[in-house]
Write a new protein. Structure first.
Length: 255
């Protein structure tokens, strides 16, 4: 099911949609449907250009990222069971240091998790993330990087089997127990969906969003107004999260 969701998510992104429109336009030409063909062939690049435009990308991504304020500081004696860092990309077979085998999102999440972990007394750092293709799970990469950055091995909890956020929530529940309060670290755009999963299983998550992208580059820069791959990725991220939120609602109603 997780693989199916990932495939569906990819297919409804702007570039695959544009390619489909181009294909339909060519087919329309072959069947001599000239007006239809012109409309489809015009719409295809327009979809990509619009999705890659800063004002559109930020308008989609901003509400997700600004829904929860960053967590600046914690009381050392706060009633927290763990600082939980959700999984992200990891390429275990690259002949590189672990900080390069973890992708950008993973390293930013881990850095924020360690920053908050260091503010607490006797609270473990729980790192999460499995692997869909039978390679070393991302949680193992997190743990290796955390040790390299000075986190004692006995303070690291490894949750290495979850393949999506819902499974991460259930795995955290199994380790910490119902009602446990956790600091939840993930990308800002992913936070709303993550909180819903963790609350649905009976945990008490405290949001600690990181890796904010909306507004970078800023609206007063020339780059903001020029369609770019950076803005296209922001639009893709926003669309993926909005679809994920709908899936959470559907799953919750199904229960």
């Amino acid at each position: 099911m997780g693989t199916l969701k990932a495939i569906v998510g990819l297919l409804v992104m702007p570039v695959p949609v544009a390619l489909l429109l181009l294909l339909l336009g060519v087919i329309a030409l072959l069947f001599r449907r000239r007006k239809t063909a012109v409309s489809l062939l015009t719409l295809a690049p327009l979809v990509v250009v619009t999705a890659a435009w800063g004002p559109v990308a930020d308008r989609l991504l901003g509400p997700l990222e600004h829904a929860h304020q960053p967590l600046d500081a914690l009381s050392p004696n706060a009633d927290i069971a763990a600082v939980v860092v959700l999984g992200a990309g990891y390429s275990p077979n690259l002949p590189l240091p672990v900080t390069s085998r973890l992708n950008d999102s993973a390293m930013v999440r881990l850095a924020e998790g360690i920053r908050l972990y260091r503010q607490l007394d006797d609270v473990p750092l729980l790192v999460s993330g499995g692997s869909r293709v039978g390679l070393e799970p991302s949680a193992a990469g997190y743990a290796e990087a955390a040790r390299a950055l000075g986190v004692p091995d006995e303070d690291i909890l490894v949750l290495d089997w979850p393949l999506d956020t819902a499974q991460e929530a259930r795995g955290t529940l199994e380790l910490l127990g119902e009602g446990a309060s956790v600091v939840l670290v993930t990308s800002a755009s992913h936070m709303t969906r993550s909180l819903r999963h963790f609350r649905q299983v009976g945990l008490n998550p405290m949001p600690a969003p990181t890796r904010h992208k909306a507004g970078i580059p800023t609206p007063d820069s020339f780059a903001y107004w020029v369609p770019s791959a950076t803005n296209l990725r922001k639009t893709e991220r926003a669309l993926y999260e909005y679809m994920g939120l709908q899936a959470v609602r559907f799953d919750h109603r199904g229960r």
